[in-house]
Design a protein around this ligand. Structure first.
Ligand code: UD1
Length: 422
């Protein structure tokens, strides 16, 4: 298992290109199952999660070609030859559940293993299932698999009110609704940029969708969808993560392709902490306004609120802030697994349930630490960049699920970071 070695060595200066969004790509790829015509995705990120989704779609009979070094994905699904998403693939990645809605909508039946994924809480899929049931699907959970069947005339449009905002359930229901008979209205739908991106891609394929980016999505079902070429939206989580690098280390970094509207709530918190963010022709420029960062309180929320996927990285910043910050995690329980590792590096953090209180220290110290999930692993790298001495982050396979060429991107700005194979 590879590790990452980081040496804290001062300011970072340079440019970092931001890739297409992992979470958008993972929902755009299954959209191929809705049509027998080709779907081409450009600006795709090169990540292990994308390779896992590729394997899953191929196991269902789709063709997936990775072109231009992985930045273009040419997908085609003339026919779904196998309707079972196997446990062996699904357990690696929770987003695998996103093949359920499309298969059910196109062919009227699907069998999908219950998912695994990051160890950040229970993360059920009940909302996905309830939405599909409301559209007429019959579901049977047995042997760890969801066995789903549409009524004889296919899925029917329905009014679905989500009790809590769920990105994945909104995506599954949205894709299924594009081919359902009649109108579907999704209320309390997720508003994340990845949902907007999915809606735009589906519209390019011929779907009739209104309201993306708001909490009410209205979908008029059509008989069939066609092909499309679609660029994947910029990864706002990768963007936010690298914005924190100069915030933590000092210096100035330009994030190529970054846009404020993707990270609005996050930028407000950075501003309050004393970090300046300005728009440039090519993206966003980030630097620290004064010497030390100021403590800020953060509560995670669905978009447009502060994203849970940036909470761990923000905590790394606040570990050396002046004063005490309170971080409240409202989306996932058990999402402070980076806290004990940061404490090993000298951070002062108290966790009580979904609240972490961080009292800033002057300097973190390098230590051997362990990555526990995708965002936790990158938070430890950020902390290591600001720490005195060497930090070795082990179990970085989590990192490779969501960050492409992380060492290369940070090294280009002067960071001392290298991968140790083994
Ligand atoms: C997606 C993102 C993930 C991000 C999360 C929240 C992808 C591939 N992953 O995950 O990186 O952290 O959004 O922004 O896009 N819930 C239920 N029942 C369900 C579904 C969800 O109770 O059927 C709960 C979850 O446990 C969680 C909350 O709803 O507490 C939000 O989860 P959700 O938005 O569905 O997250 P994902 O789509 O899994």
């Amino acid at each position: 298992m590879d590790s990452i070695l980081v040496r804290g060595n001062g300011e970072l200066r340079g440019q970092i290109p931001i890739a297409g969004a992992k979470n958008a790509c993972l929902t755009l790829m299954p959209a191929t199952l809705l049509s027998d015509e080709p779907l081409t995705l450009t600006n795709a990120p090169r990540l292990s999660d994308i390779r896992t989704m590729t394997q899953l779609l191929q196991s269902l009979g789709a063709e997936v070609a990775s072109l231009q070094g992985g930045q273009v994905l040419a997908l085609s699904s003339h026919a779904i030859s196998n309707h079972t998403a196997d446990y062996d693939i699904v357990r690696k990645m929770r987003a695998s559940i996103l093949v359920l809605g499309p298969m059910l909508a196109r062919d009227g039946h699907a069998v999908v293993s219950l998912p695994g994924g990051c160890a950040i809480g229970a993360r059920p899929v009940d909302l996905h299932l309830k939405a599909l049931e409301a559209m007429g699907a019959e579901l049977d959970l047995r042997d760890g698999y969801i066995h789903a069947k549409a009524p004889s005339g296919g899925l029917r449009g329905a009014r679905i009110v989500f009790p809590i905002v769920s990105v994945g359930a909104t995506e599954n229901a949205l894709m299924a609704a594009t081919l359902a008979k009649g109108t579907t209205v999704l209320e309390n739908a997720a508003r994340e940029p990845e949902i907007v991106d999915l809606a735009r891609c589906l519209r390019r394929m011929g779907a009739q969708i209104e309201g993306e980016g708001t909490s009410i999505l209205t979908i008029e079902g059509v008989d069939r969808l066609g092909g499309a070429t679609h660029p994947v939206v910029t990864d706002r989580i990768e963007l936010g993560t690298y914005m924190l690098a100069p915030a933590i280390c000092g210096g100035e970094v330009e994030l190529l392709g970054g846009r404020i509207e993707l990270v609005g709530a996050f930028c407000e918190k950075l501003d309050a902490a004393g970090i300046s963010v300005s728009e440039t022709e090519r993206g966003l420029k980030v630097s620290r306004r004064n010497g030390r960062v100021t403590a800020v309180d953060v509560t995670t929320e669905p978009f447009p609120g502060f994203p849970t996927d940036l909470q761990a990285q923000m905590m790394a910043l606040l570990c050396t802030a002046e004063g005490t910050s309170v971080l409240e995690e409202k989306i996932f329980e058990n999402r402070f697994m980076h806290a004990p590792e940061l404490i090993r590096m000298g951070a002062r953090i108290d966790v009580h349930g979904g609240t972490a209180t961080v009292t800033g220290v002057d300097r973190l110290r390098g230590a051997p630490v362990m990555a526990t999930d995708l965002r936790a692993s990158v938070s430890l790298i950020l902390a290591g960049l600001a720490a005195e001495g060497e930090t070795v982050v082990s179990r970085v396979y989590h990192l490779d699920r969501g960050y492409e060429r992380v060492e290369e991107k940070l090294r280009a700005c002067g960071a001392q970071i290298e991968r140790i194979s083994g």
